[in-house]
Structures are given as structure tokens and as C-alpha cells.
Design a protein around this ligand. Structure first.
Ligand code: IMP
Length: 425
């Protein structure tokens, strides 16, 4: 089975959606396997803009099966909103969308917890997307207060909600949080309604994908967020609550990892980060602002301005190795036009020592001073260039240098959001 995966190699927002969209045509199935509605991207098709958060972009191709696998956390209201919005725009959604009955579901208490708990432990806040993602994953791991989508159709669904609401109300009171107690009946009524509307999409996606593997069908795995936000391997605690690096593909989808034949790592030609946590190459100056303006670096979901900086090759080399990445796709290279010089971070200096690996502790990374290699810039706008060989010499040199330092070939270079603004190297 030629399984292909797309994963972000930085802190998310690497424009993965564009590459997923490009590769969707060559696949039978597209799978989202982790995260929730904390991710978001816009797909432009024939001049029309479509906003996607949880639904794989395979939804635009009638021959492609879109699968939301069990590793995802699902907000029923927001996925229904997404489905309705796409249908209103003429997208056909029926049997071509499948949602795992194993997916854990986000309830109103998760939003409340996301709002109050971030930063409660002291120190810098994680700066979550406030979509209830972390609290839902926490309940999943804790088990006793968790509800999976498959539970919506069981006779004890109402009782489970009552039991959990009572526990959550007690916990809010205990924490001294002054809110109206949650109303189990109203929540049950609302969520039972969502369950009915979602019923036709709900399936055992693990079984479906294992059958697809046996039948040699082509599967594309679509990662959300970026590898450096991975709960186990990222810049903990300033991370998301799932395995957003390539290590999460098998766990989230149920497909054994040896079926993956190619992993494409997506990285911007520079660095961005949203929310809290260390980001060694961040530029809080005119250069950072120029990158932000040229790259329109404002969050799709939360509209927050993204923190911008030079390309961090130490970080990307780490996530490329962690993910077993075969090839790189360098995105938004056009944003870097107009600079006299460009910098690539090739190592860090921490406490006077030169470090070439990515530290495991956020406090260490916070102390890291980037050691830069300076490359010549280019003045020309490159959004209209269609062949790699036609790029300005310094742009080609920049991309090749990234490949050398990261230790992986660059196969794709993107110079704009449109499908045609893509070069295969
Ligand atoms: P959460 O995923 O909402 O819990 O947020 C945890 C951290 O991950 C915060 O720093 C968010 O800004 C970041 N994050 C979550 N989803 C995305 C994404 O899609 N792009 C970029 N950052 C994200």
C-alpha cells in the first residue's frame, strides 16, 4: 500500500493544506488522524474560498474517501457547521465522509477548562486556541470522564452525561470558579441532536483503513499542527495535546507505520509560531514585521499575529529526523523576496556552548542564541516563477542550503497559495 504522509516540521501553519490538496488527486483515501478544530486552512478552488478545519481536503474530490480517524478530538457542533458550510457552497458530502466512532468528543466543560486552566500552573501561558482540545485529550487519557462519538448511540448516553456533569460541576466549585452550574439535561438534548445529525458518517474507521491497506488502496495521511508542537517530542509544555509529528500517524489512524512509503515534511522558508513558548529565531523587529506582513502571518482559527523569524534549521533537522521524513516541501519562499541578506540558524549557543541538537527542555531552548549562516537575498518577486531553474540564483542557493543542513532533499517549492505556484524540484 503506497501510504503517503504530510507533516508539518515547525510549529504549525506550514501551509500543509496546499500540498495535501495537490496530492489528494493521486490517492483514494485522505485521513486526518490527530488534533481537532484547532487547525484551520483555506482552500482556493476555481476562485472560490473554502474554509476547512477538521474535514480533510479530499472532500472536494468525489472519488476520494475522507476519513476522520480515532486519534482526532471532535467538536460535534463545529464539524456540523463545517459540513453545512461546505454543502451550502455546493460541495457534496455523504458517504464520502467517515468519522471514527472512537473519536473523543469535546463538550462545553472542555471549553470552560481550556479557558481557565491555561496558565494556572504558573509561568508563561501555553496560549491555546481555546477550542477545548487539551481538556478533551486529558479526559481521554483519564478515561472515567470521557465520551467517544460511538457512546452517543448507547442507551446510557444520558446517564453518562449526568455523571460527568455532576463531577465537572463539583470540580469547578472546588476550584472556586464562579460559573453557572452546567445543566446535564440541556447538554444531553443538544448533543443527542448532534449525534443524530452525525449518525450516517460514524463508522469504525480503523477497520475500514486496515481493509483499505489489505486492498492496496492509496492512502494520504494529513497531519495537523507541526512536529514541534508534539505532546511527547515538542517544546513541552508549550505544545498541543496530540502527537502532531509523524510519530502520531499510526497511533491516531490505526494503520501500522511500515505501510507508510513516503513522508513529506512541510516547512516554511522561515519560522512562525503562535502562542507561548520558546522560538529561538523569533525577530521582534522590522524584519519580523516584514515577514509577518508579506506572509500574512495571522492565525486562521484565532486571528492572532504569528511570531516570525529566520529559518531554524536545527529545529527542522530534528523534526525531519524524528518523523523519518523522506523529502521536504519548502513553502512561502516568495515571502523572502526583497531582503538584502537572509539568515539560517545552523546551531544554538546555550550557556556559552555550541549545540547542534534540539534541546528536550523548553527552558534550555529559551536560553538558546541562534548561530546564523548569512546568505545573499534576492530582490525580484518570484510568485510567477514556475520552474526551479528559473528562480534567482540566491533563491536556489537558499533552498539548496536548507536541504544540505536539514539533510533531506527538497522536492517541492511553493511560491504562493495557488496550485500553479508550485515547483517540483
Ligand atoms: P491547543 O492545541 O489549542 O491546545 O494549543 C496549544 C498550542 O498549540 C498553542 O500554542 C497553539 O497556538 C498551538 N496550536 C494549536 N493548533 C495550532 C495550529 O493549527 N497552528 C499553529 N499553532 C497551533
Amino acid at each position: 500500500m503506497p501510504g503517503t504522509a504530510i507533516v508539518g516540521l515547525q510549529w504549525g501553519d506550514e501551509a500543509k493544506g496546499k500540498i495535501v490538496d495537490l496530492l489528494t488527486e493521486q490517492n483514494d483515501i485522505v485521513v486526518r488522524y490527530q488534533g481537532g478544530a484547532n487547525a484551520g486552512h483555506t482552500v482556493v478552488m476555481e476562485g472560490k474560498k473554502f474554509k476547512l478545519s477538521l474535514i480533510p481536503s479530499g472532500i472536494f474530490r468525489s472519488h476520494v474517501q475522507s476519513v476522520i480517524a480515532g486519534g482526532v478530538v471532535l467538536n460535534p457542533a463545529s464539524i456540523l457547521q463545517e459540513i453545512d458550510g461546505l454543502k451550502e457552497q455546493g460541495v457534496e458530502i455523504g458517504g464520502n465522509l467517515m468519522i471514527s466512532d472512537r473519536a473523543h468528543t469535546i463538550f462545553p466543560w472542555h471549553f470552560i477548562e481550556d479557558g481557565i486552566l491555561d496558565g494556572l500552573g504558573g509561568g508563561e501561558a501555553i496560549g491555546t486556541t481555546q477550542r477545548g482540545i487539551g481538556p478533551c485529550y486529558r479526559d481521554k487519557v483519564g478515561r472515567s470522564l470521557a465520551i467517544r462519538l460511538g457512546d452517543f448511540y448507547k442507551p446510557d448516553f444520558k446517564d453518562r452525561i449526568s455523571h460527568i456533569v455532576a463531577a465537572k460541576n463539583r470540580s469547578f466549585t472546588g476550584l472556586g470558579i464562579d460559573i453557572e452550574p452546567l445543566d446535564d439535561r440541556a447538554i444531553h438534548e443538544e448533543y443527542a441532536g448532534y449525534g443524530e445529525r452525525l449518525r450516517s458518517y460514524v463508522a469504525d474507521t480503523t477497520n475500514y483503513l486496515l481493509d483499505a491497506v489489505d486492498a492496496d488502496r492509496r492512502i494520504l495521511f494529513e497531519g495537523a499542527q507541526g512536529s514541534l508542537l508534539d505532546i511527547d517530542h515538542g517544546t513541552f509544555p508549550y505544545v498541543t495535546s496530540s502527537n502532531s509529528s509523524a510519530v502520531g500517524i499510526s497511533g491516531g489512524s490505526g494503520v501500522p507505520s511500515h505501510f507508510l512509503k513516503k513522508i513529506i515534511g512541510i516547512a516554511k522558508a522561515y519560522t512562525t509560531r503562535v502562542g507561548g513558548g520558546p522560538c529561538p529565531t523569533e525577530l521582534e523587529n522590522d524584519i519580523g514585521q516584514k515577514i509577518r506582513d508579506r506572509g500574512n502571518e495571522y492565525g486562521t482559527v484565532t486571528k492572532r499575529p504569528r511570531r516570525c523569524g529566520w529559518f531554524d534549521a536545527v529545529a527542522v533537522r530534528y523534526s525531519a529526523r524524528l518523523g523519518g521524513v523522506d523529502a521536504l516541501s519548502i513553502m512561502l519562499l516568495d515571502v523572502l523576496s526583497g531582503f538584502d541578506e537572509l539568515q539560517i540558524c545552523t546551531a544554538y549557543e546555550i550557556d556559552g556552548r555550541k549545540i547542534e541538537y534540539f534541546p528536550s527542555q523548553a527552558e534550555e531552548l529559551r536560553k538558546a542564541m541562534p548561530i546564523y549562516e548569512t546568505l545573499g537575498g534576492w530582490k525580484e518577486e518570484i510568485a510567477d516563477v514556475r520552474n526551479f531553474t528559473d528562480l534567482p540564483e540566491n533563491a536556489k542557493r537558499y533552498v539548496k542550503r536548507i536541504a544540505e543542513i536539514v539533510g533531506r532533499p527538497v522536492e517541492i517549492v511553493s511560491v504562493g497559495p495557488d496550485r500553479v505556484q508550485t515547483m517540483f524540484v
